[in-house]
Design a protein around this ligand. Structure first.
Ligand SMILES: Nc1ncnc2c1ncn2[C@@H]1O[C@H](COP(=O)(O)OP(=O)(O)OP(=O)(O)O)[C@@H](O)[C@H]1O
Ligand SMILES: [Mg+2]
Length: 140
């Protein structure tokens, strides 16, 4: 491990941008391409948005924790909530699976496209942790 950070904020939609910018600034230490940076920011947006709208049902009283870890040429980002959790994670991660008919159900699909690995631990009634890893192209 080369470096790490931890950020904690209330589950307010205006903090999605904060999380994106914090992770992007952190990832910049690995000298990513603009495309890699956009993908990381996209994945963070999806995971943090899910924590706020699904985990906490849009209540601003929850706490979202975002952690970043740098390993060599890889970044790991962890997004955690102590919200309602999921009964069936594998099913929730399928494309077009959503509990909200107003949404597309593509958040996890984007996360899997943007990052190399996406793992989800979730316990109903306790919360959810999304761990995403991306290997960056070395240009040194
Ligand atoms: N942090 C979370 N806590 C509880 N449930 C979650 C969480 N994240 C995702 N889910 C569940 O998994 C489903 C799929 O999530 P996904 O992000 O793929 O789609 P979506 O959020 O419904 O739609 P979109 O992301 O396209 O707006 C959600 O509809 C929700 O039921
Ligand atoms: Mg989503």
């Amino acid at each position: 491990m080369l470096n790490r950070f931890r950020l904690e904020f209330p589950s307010r939609p205006e903090n999605v941008g904060l999380a994106r910018v914090a992770v992007a600034a952190f990832a910049a230490q690995l000298d990513p391409t603009l495309e890699e940076l956009d993908e990381i920011k996209g994945a963070v947006s999806e995971a943090v948005t899910n924590a706020i709208i699904h985990g906490y049902g849009n209540s601003p009283d929850g706490i979202v924790i975002v952690e970043g870890i740098l390993y060599g040429d890889a970044i790991e980002v962890c997004v955690e909530d102590a919200g309602k959790g999921m009964e069936d994670v594998a099913r929730a991660m399928e494309p077009e699976q959503t509990s909200d008919p107003e949404r597309l159900g593509l958040g996890f699909t984007f996360m899997k496209t943007f990052m190399d690995e996406v793992k989800v631990d979730s316990v109903p009634g306790q919360g959810t942790r999304v761990i995403m890893r991306k290997q960056l192209a070395t240009r040194h």
